[in-house]
Structures are given as structure tokens and as C-alpha cells.
Design a protein around this ligand. Structure first.
Ligand SMILES: [Cu+2]
Length: 160
């Protein structure tokens, strides 16, 4: 087989997955990879398990209720989030490492990136976050508004 024939076949093979990917409306609204160590953004149109999470503060603490969720590998979770507190809160999915790194950079709050792994809610507001957990391990969710994580506003997701 000639070099050119090989190149043509290679080009075809490379082009095919791109063509398929273009069929998904979820593709390409950001220029970057939105997957995380714990999984990928979910699809509202696919089956998922509902998990209600309340955000609130009290007794000098800030918290999520529940603060632990166990998930099967490959399971898609639809987090139904509600801010039952008096302050603005957010729900961000990530890893302990990501949150530690974020804390280091937290000098300028506006540089915080909010992607499909995060929802920011005002008092009494509710929102949804759908995430597919593709990797087994221990992950976290947290509120990254300055001072909130330190006040106890974090929880864990165990993917088995
Ligand atoms: Cu908060």
C-alpha cells in the first residue's frame, strides 16, 4: 500500500469520530475538556438517580445535607439542589486536590471558573446538576464562596 493510500485511510478514520461527535448538541459550547477526575457532565435526557441536597447555615457552621453520597461507577446522578439558607451558596463537584489548589488561588474570587460541575444559588433558590460518575474513588463537593468551605461546607461522593 502506498503512503498516500495510507494517509487517505487515516484521514477517513480520524474524520469519522468528529462527524459523529458533531451530532451531539452538548459538544463544543466550550473550547475545553469538561470532564473531571470523577466523571463527565451528565445528560438530562438520560436516566439518572435523583439526589436532593440542601445548603444551609446555622450555629456558626455552613453545611450540605446530606454531606455524603454513594454512587455506583457509571451511574448518572441528578442533584436537586436547594439553598435553604440566608446566604448565597454554591455546589461544586471536584476532588480534594482540586479544592486545595483552588484555596491557594482564592485571592481573587472572580477568577473562579464555573463549569458544568458547579451551580451557584441565591437564598431560597433551587437548581439542578447532572453528572455521570465514571471513575471509582473518593471525591468531594464543596461551596467555594470565600470562608464557606472552611466553615464546614463540604461533602463527599464515594464512587464504587
Ligand atoms: Cu456556601
Amino acid at each position: 500500500m502506498s503512503y498516500f493510500k495510507n494517509s487517505a485511510i487515516l484521514a477517513l478514520v480520524l474524520a469519522m469520530p468528529l462527524g459523529l461527535a458533531r451530532g451531539s448538541e452538548e459538544q463544543g459550547h466550550h473550547g475545553q475538556d469538561e470532564s473531571s477526575a470523577n466523571g463527565i457532565p451528565g445528560d438530562m435526557n438520560k436516566p439518572s438517580r435523583l439526589v436532593a441536597v440542601s445548603m444551609r447555615e446555622g450555629d456558626g457552621k455552613m453545611l450540605f445535607v446530606p454531606d455524603a453520597v454513594t454512587v455506583a461507577k457509571g451511574e448518572q446522578i441528578h442533584f436537586q439542589l436547594r439553598n435553604d439558607g440566608e446566604l448565597e451558596h454554591e455546589f461544586v463537584l471536584g476532588t480534594a486536590e482540586e479544592f486545595a489548589e483552588h484555596a491557594e488561588k482564592m485571592k481573587a474570587p472572580d477568577t473562579m471558573h464555573r463549569g458544568p460541575n458547579a451551580v451557584l444559588l441565591g437564598p431560597k433558590a433551587s437548581g439542578d446538576l447532572v453528572w455521570k460518575f465514571t471513575t471509582p474513588g473518593d471525591f468531594e463537593f464543596a461551596c467555594l464562596i470565600p470562608g464557606h468551605l472552611e466553615a464546614g461546607m463540604k461533602g463527599k461522593v464515594v464512587v464504587k
